[in-house]
Design a protein around this ligand. Structure first.
Ligand SMILES: [Zn+2]
Length: 118
């Protein structure tokens, strides 16, 4: 069952996020999500000013996904579930240009996903 997609307050999108190869990241994430509270996937970052010279968020090629709403007990279980979610997304995309990482400390831990055509 696909989940609803919610954008955290303050998340900025630009029209380029609607390009099919970019929006596809959200479709696949929603199709492969499991155990999310309220069956809702929360996007916590879209566009932002560059934090480093290679920031895919600034190119409208990246999204961050909340993982602390995965309904499992303990941050390690949620972290492991996040990587399992990444594996499911990779299996659907079958395309190494779609890249994922689970990173950030504590409550800031999240999935970063981007389309890197290089
Ligand atoms: Zn990110």
């Amino acid at each position: 069952m696909a989940v609803e997609i919610e954008f955290k307050t303050g998340v900025k999108l630009r029209s380029a996020h609607g390009l099919p190869h970019v929006w596809r990241m959200l479709e696949v994430a929603a199709e492969t999500a499991e155990n999310l509270a309220n069956d809702t996937m929360v996007v916590t970052e879209g566009y932002r000013d560059a934090r480093h010279p290679d920031d895919a968020h600034t190119w409208c090629l990246a999204f961050d996904l909340r993982i602390h709403n995965i309904q499992l007990e303990g941050s390690l279980a949620r972290y492991n579930a996040a990587w399992a979610w990444v594996k499911r997304m990779r299996a659907v995309h079958q395309d190494p240009r779609y890249q994922f990482v689970v990173h950030g400390e504590g409550a800031n831990a999240h999935i970063h996903m981007e389309f890197d055509p290089r």
